[in-house]
Every structure is written in structure tokens, then in C-alpha cells.
Write a protein that binds this ligand. Structure first.
Ligand code: FES
Length: 125
């Protein structure tokens, strides 16, 4: 797992409608087939050859930050488990981790909308 330094995350000014849209750097900042953790935004970013997945690190039970494990994600507070794409496996949480909309510009710069959850990953050609 890679922890992305806070300096790569740019936050738009607060109290604007776009506050939930964050820049998370260039696609090449993220190693292939690995989860990268951005602690300041509590998200995990997974980059594969043809997709980007952004999974919330906020447990859907009471909001603790989940840890990445070999099997997926585990909450240290009350033990909820989620699989590798954030699907719910065991409680006390009762729903999956959120997955957020991500966009990649032609230059490879990525933005994530923390208020827009999605069911699918972002596919890259
Ligand atoms: S906050 Fe995660 S299991 Fe309770």
C-alpha cells in the first residue's frame, strides 16, 4: 500500500459547491495494481491497467477509518469486513464502503467527487 503525501492533494476553497471535488494528482503517481491511501481525504485509490477505483476509507457502521488487508478492508473499531472492492462481508456495518466518481483528464490529472458515489469503476482505454 502506498500513502500519498498530503502535498499531492489540493483542496478547493471551502464553502463552495465544488468543495467536494478534490484533485488527487497524476495517474502515474499511483502504482499499478496497488491501493494508495490518501489519509487527508480518507480514500483508497486503486489503479489497474484499465481502471481506477476510489473507495472510501470511512466505515459505514460508525465512521472509523478502515485498514487495507490482503482480503479487502477491515474496520479496527468493531470488526466489520469488506472485500477488495468495498463490498460488505460481515458486520456490524450493513452496507458496502462508498465508491466515488473519478475523472481523468487528457493529461492524466485525476479529480474525485466525494459527494458522488458510483457503482462502477472508471475505465481507462
Ligand atoms: S465503526 Fe467500523 S465496525 Fe463499527
Amino acid at each position: 500500500m502506498v500513502v500519498i503525501a498530503a502535498g499531492l492533494v489540493e483542496i478547493l476553497p471551502p464553502e463552495t459547491e465544488s468543495y467536494s471535488i478534490i484533485k488527487i494528482g497524476h495517474i502515474d503517481d499511483y502504482p499499478l495494481n496497488e491501493f494508495s491511501f490518501i489519509p487527508a481525504k480518507k480514500i483508497y485509490v486503486y489503479r489497474a491497467r484499465h481502471l481506477i477505483r476510489v473507495v472510501s476509507a470511512v466505515c459505514t457502521h460508525l465512521g472509523c477509518t478502515v485498514n487495507k488487508t490482503d482480503q479487502g478492508f477491515q474496520c479496527p473499531c468493531h470488526g466489520s469486513h469488506f472485500d477488495k472492492i468495498g463490498n460488505f462481508c460481515s458486520g456490524p456495518a450493513s452496507r458496502p464502503l462508498d465508491r466515488f466518481q473519478v475523472q481523468v483528464s487528457e493529461k492524466g490529472l485525476m479529480t474525485v467527487n466525494l459527494k458522488q458515489t458510483v457503482d462502477r469503476d472508471f475505465n481507462i482505454d
